[in-house]
Write a protein that binds this ligand. Structure first.
Ligand code: NAG
Ligand code: NAG
Ligand code: NAG
Ligand code: NAG
Length: 473
C-alpha cells in the first residue's frame, strides 16, 4: 500500500514538474516516464549515471591487436592521415612508388601535417617483416619524422574466411579475398581513428597529383554542408576522405558486413547510412591508379582514372604565347597544352638531336624566372635527357610560324628540369621567344609538363608590327 502511495506522490510531483517545464520550456529536460522501471527503483542521483555509454562502449576504437613494424604514432594529431592496405603481389609491386609519390608531391610543411599508415595484410607474417624492412631502407627520414608508420595485425584476430556464403554467386576464392579485404580495411581505419582530423584511403598502386594535400585541405575548408565521404578519385577504394570521428563506425560497419559484398559497395552504403545521398566527387581526380595487376590472384586491372590531372596550380604568369615544335605529338598531346594552362601536356615521340620546342610571346616580355618540368609521375622516364634553353628576340615570320631571329643560350636541363631564378635584367629583357633545344636523340618519349614563366610586369613592351620581319621563300 505504501508503495502505491509513493507512486502517486511521484506521479503528482512529476506532473507538477511537467507543468512548470511546459510553461518554462527547457528542451533538455524531458519528463520522466513513470512506467520506466529504472525510474521506479532509482534514487534521484541515479538519473545522472549512464547505464551504458554508447560513445565509449560502442563507438570507441576497438582493441584490435596491432604489431608496430615501423615508426610510432605522432605525439600530436595531424591534419591528415593516409591509410594504405597492402598485399604483396606475385608480379609488379608499387607500394614504394606510391609512397615516393606521396612524399615527393608534398612540401615540407605539408609533410608535417600528415602521417601515412601502411597496413601490411600478407597472410605470411615473414612477408610483412620483409616488406617493412624494405620500406625502412627506402624511407628512413620519413619514419624518423613520424610521417610513415607500418603496422600489421595477427591472423588470429581475423574472423573466419573459410566456408563463407557465396553472395552474388562469387566463387569461393573471390568471397575469401573480398571478405579479407574488408577486414584489412576495418583494422586499418580503426588504427587511424585517433591520428588526425581527416583520413584518406589510398591503395598501394597509385600516384598523386602535385598539390593533392592543399587541394584536399582547401576543398574541405570551403565545403560547408555536412559530409561523410568525399572522393578525390573515380576508382575503387582510392582517394576517399573521411572525418576521423567516423572511422570507428566505418571499421565496425566493414566488420559487421565483411562477408556480404566487396568494400567499394560497402563504402557506398556507409555514407548512405549517414544520410549522404551520393558521393561528393572532387574534380579533377588527385590520384591515379598505376597498377596493372590486381592483388586478387594477379588478375589484370588496368583501370585508369580519366579525370586525373597532374598539374593543377597556376604555374608562373602565363604570358600569352603560341607554341610550336619540330617533334611529332602523341595523339592530342599537342604543344598547345603548354602555352595554355591545361591539365594536359605536350607529349613528343621520336625525339631527335636537333628537335626544338618554341614558345613565341605575343608581346615582348621581361622574364625574371623560368621553371620547366618534363616527364610526369605516371611516365617518369619521359623527361628531357639532354637539352638547353634559349631566349630569343626579334620576331620573324617563317611561313605560317612566327619565331625569333636571334637566340641566346641561358642554361641546360638537369634531371629533366630547368630552373633559372633572378634572371639578369639584360638577359631577360624584351624577350620574344623561349626555345627548348634537344641535344641528343633519346629512346624515351618527351613530356613537357609545364613551362613556368614569371615576368617583371612594369616594363612589358608591346609588340610592334615593325618587329616582325617577314621571311618569304
Ligand atoms: C587520442 O589522442 C589524444 C592525443 O593525441 C590522446 O590524449 C587520447 O588519449 C587518444 N585517445 C585514444 C582513445 O587513443
Ligand atoms: C626547330 O627545328 C626544326 C627542325 O630541325 C627547324 O626547321 C626549325 O627552324 C627549328 N625552330 C627553331 C625556332 O629553331
Ligand atoms: C640529379 O640527380 C642526381 C641523381 O639522382 C643527383 O645526384 C643530382 O643532385 C641531381 N641534380 C640536380 C640538379 O637536381
Ligand atoms: C600586348 O600589348 C598591347 C599594347 O600594349 C596590349 O593592349 C595587350 O593587352 C597586350 N597583350 C597581352 C596579352 O599582354
Amino acid at each position: 500500500m505504501r508503495r502505491f502511495h509513493l507512486w502517486k506522490v511521484l506521479c503528482a510531483s512529476c506532473l507538477a514538474a511537467c507543468v512548470i517545464l511546459v510553461t518554462k520550456p527547457q528542451p533538455e529536460n524531458i519528463c520522466p516516464d513513470p512506467s520506466d522501471p529504472y525510474l521506479q527503483e532509482s534514487k534521484p542521483s541515479r538519473q545522472d549515471v549512464r547505464l551504458f555509454d554508447v560513445q565509449e562502449d560502442a563507438l570507441a576504437a576497438m582493441p584490435i591487436p596491432y604489431k608496430h613494424l615501423l615508426g610510432s604514432p605522432p605525439s600530436a594529431k595531424r591534419f591528415l592521415s593516409i591509410g594504405i592496405s597492402s598485399v604483396k603481389r606475385d608480379k609488379e609491386n608499387y607500394l614504394v612508388t606510391t609512397l615516393q609519390s606521396i612524399f615527393s608531391h608534398s612540401s615540407p610543411e605539408e609533410l608535417g601535417e600528415l602521417v601515412v599508415v601502411v597496413y601490411l595484410a600478407n597472410e605470411k607474417f615473414s612477408i610483412n617483416t620483409e616488406v617493412a624492412e624494405d620500406l625502412g631502407k627506402n624511407f628512413p627520414s620519413e619514419v624518423a619524422a613520424g610521417q610513415l608508420m607500418v603496422i600489421s595485425s595477427y591472423k588470429k584476430a581475423y574472423p573466419t574466411l573459410e566456408g563463407l556464403k557465396r553472395n552474388y554467386n562469387d566463387p569461393d576464392e573471390r568471397v575469401k579475398f573480398r571478405s579479407k579485404q574488408n577486414v584489412d580495411y576495418a583494422f586499418l581505419v580503426n588504427f587511424c581513428a585517433n591520428l588526425s582530423r581527416f583520413y584518406l584511403m589510398l591503395e598501394d598502386d597509385v600516384t598523386c597529383s602535385m598539390n593533392f594535400f592543399n587541394s584536399i585541405k582547401s576543398y574541405v575548408r570551403d565545403y560547408s554542408s555536412p559530409w561523410t565521404t568525399i572522393t578525390f578519385s573515380n576508382l575503387g577504394y582510392i582517394g576517399k576522405l573521411y572525418h576521423n570521428e567516423d572511422l570507428t563506425k566505418l571499421a565496425r560497419f566493414l566488420l559487421i558486413f565483411y562477408d556480404e559484398m566487396p568494400c567499394d559497395w560497402l563504402l557506398d552504403l556507409f555514407f548512405k547510412s549517414k544520410a549522404q545521398h551520393e558521393i561528393i566527387r572532387y574534380k579533377p581526380s588527385l590520384f591515379q591508379h598505376i597498377g596493372h595487376f590486381s592483388s586478387f590472384q594477379g588478375n589484370e586491372n588496368n583501370l585508369k582514372d580519366k579525370d586525373f590531372m597532374e598539374v593543377m596550380e597556376a604555374f608562373g604568369d602565363h604570358p600569352l604565347a603560341s607554341c610550336a615544335t619540330s617533334m611529332r605529338a602523341y595523339q592530342d598531346h599537342t604543344p598547345h597544352h603548354v602555352c595554355f594552362p591545361s591539365p594536359d601536356f605536350f607529349w613528343g615521340i621520336d625525339v631527335k638531336a636537333d628537335d626544338n620546342f618554341t614558345m613565341t610571346f605575343m608581346n615582348s616580355t621581361n622574364i625574371k624566372q623560368i621553371n620547366i618540368i618534363t616527364g610526369s609521375s605516371e611516365h617518369p622516364g619521359d623527361t628531357l635527357k639532354s637539352g638547353y634553353v634559349l631566349l630569343g628576340r626579334k620576331k620573324i615570320k617563317a611561313n605560317e610560324d612566327v619565331t625569333c631571329e636571334s637566340f641566346t643560350k641561358i642554361g641546360e636541363f638537369q634531371n629533366g628540369t630547368f630552373v633559372l631564378d633572378n634572371i639578369d635584367q639584360a638577359v631577360g629583357r624584351s624577350i620574344d621567344c623561349l626555345k627548348i633545344q634537344v641535344m641528343k636523340p633519346q629512346a624515351e618519349w618527351l613530356i613537357i609538363r609545364k613551362v613556368g614563366i614569371w615576368v617583371t610586369r612594369e616594363e612589358t613592351h608591346p609588340g610592334k608590327s615593325s618587329d616582325i620581319v617577314s621571311v618569304t621563300r
